[in-house]
Each structure stands twice: as structure tokens, then as C-alpha cells.
Write a protein that binds this ligand. Sequence first.
Ligand SMILES: Nc1ncnc2c1ncn2[C@@H]1O[C@H](COP(=O)(O)OP(=O)(O)OP(=O)(O)O)[C@@H](O)[C@H]1O
Ligand SMILES: [Mg+2]
Length: 275
Amino acid sequence: MGCVVFAGEAGGVGKSTLAVGVASVWAAAGREVLLVDMDPRHAATRLLQSEPDPALTAALLADVWAEIDDDPLDDSELEHDAVVAASAVPNLALAAGHPSLSQLARLRELERDPDAAFDTLAQLLDRWGAADRYDAVVIDTPGRLDVELAVGLVAADAVVVPTGAALTDLQSLTNAYSFIVEGREVGWLPPSSPVEGIDLVVPTRLTEGSVVARQVRAQLREHGWPVGPTIANRVAIQEASFAAMPAPLADPDSRASQELGEVAAAVSAILEGGS
Ligand SMILES: Nc1ncnc2c1ncn2[C@@H]1O[C@H](COP(=O)(O)OP(=O)(O)OP(=O)(O)O)[C@@H](O)[C@H]1O
Ligand SMILES: [Mg+2]
């Protein structure tokens, strides 16, 4: 089906909740899904009840380490099974996040060819035959426009950005869009990438039925953003997060799960339309 990255510079708007929620909805429907947690704070890994693991960092930086140490590249660190493990959710495999992912930016600066510095996850997914092995790949990224996101974008077919009701969230959308456009101009996002901008904006944490919720959606449309289904502020999501469980599995009949299902369907349509 393809690879979707959940992105944005706004913190705490629900990127990880959406990434894990959408991945869980697909997995529950019988799809084989891989979630890649690119966030050093590894919230998605926690929601899947898995432990943080430095294996993803090791694989993403294997070439840099080899160059620094003047050692041959250790291929075994790049293997699928060295990085990916089953999660608590059936059909959902996880490349766990780890605090060491924050080294990505610093170490990538040592790369001789900066344009090539960001294609490491794309290369790993190729190496693993992810397109055949998985029906979908979901990438979660930290709340900043930095190297983890760039690495995710190069591997992705589509970009989803959750947004809240704050005025700064609108600016954050523009900043995320500019980051992508600049990536294409500068060249780290290669011409072969299908990513051209933001494919879906998901308003999150809005108060259901409120005037401000309507205003946020109207304003997003006015600015020309591709507005998707809304995720209201839901106690069920907070409870699921507290229990370290993906919301769609904690209570499949809740309104939160329905909304996450709607987002999953919207993302499926984008990925299927693009392939
Ligand atoms: N729709 C929602 N309703 C209620 N609580 C929510 C909702 N979405 C997210 N939350 C809660 O808000 C907190 C932040 O959510 P989440 O970790 O998904 O955001 P994030 O954008 O990934 O944050 P970060 O930028 O730190 O990575 C979590 O405790 C989560 O349970
Ligand atoms: Mg997060």
C-alpha cells in the first residue's frame, strides 16, 4: 500500500497517537504493518508496550560509524531482524525508538555528501523488501522539523500533519510545508520522491461540537489545506495512553476509535490513489 509519515513541528498535538492508532486499525483489519519510531522520546514504542531499542539508530548510522572508526560496514546491524520485532499488537511489527536517535543530526553532519545523508531509512526499507513484506509502513517523527523528519520524508509516499486549535498550529503547518518544499529545492528530498507537500491535515484535540472546532476546520480549508477527519479531545485516548495501549484496541467501540478509523481510511485512500 505504501509508507506514510506523521509529521509536524507542533508538540503534543497527537502525531504518535495518530501513528499508532492508524497502524493499529490497519493491523486489526489483517494488514501486515511496520511502525518505525524515529522519535528519541519513543512515545509510539511506549504505546505499543515495547522497550526502547538502539538497533534502529545503529542501522541508520552504521555507515557513519564505520567511516569514523575506519572499520568495514557491519552488515548484520542492517538486517531486518536486527531492527524490527513483533509488538504487543498482532500484525504490527515495530522498529522501536530510542534516545540515541537524537545523535542522528550531529553524526549526519559528518557525512561527506549531505544530500545523501537523509536516505538511510529509505535504503533500509528497500533492503528489507518492506514493500513486499508489509502492506503499509507508518513512520512517527518528533515534534520538530529536523533530521529525523527528513529521513522519514525521503522514505515516505504520503505526509500527514495533525494540528490543534492554537493559532501557532497554523504557522506550524506552513513551516512543515516549507520544510518539504525546501527539501525538494535543496535536493535531500529527491525528484523521485512522491512527497510534494502535506497530503492530509488532521485537526486534533478539538472540543466536539464547539464553535472553535468549526472555525479551525473552516480556517484550514480557507488556507487550502487538505483537511481530513477530526479527532476530538477524547478521554478514551488519554486513558488508552495512560494504559500504554493503542486507543483502537483499548476500546474498539469508542468514538475515539471510530475517528481513528476514519483517519486510517483517509490515509489508505491517499496511499492507494498514489500507487
Ligand atoms: N484526541 C485526543 N484527545 C485527548 N488526548 C489526546 C488526543 N490526542 C493526543 N492526546 C494526548 O496528548 C498527549 C500527546 O499526544 P501525542 O504523544 O500523540 O502527541 P505528539 O504530537 O506525538 O507529541 P510529541 O510532539 O511530543 O511527539 C498524549 O498524552 C495523548 O494521550
Ligand atoms: Mg510523538
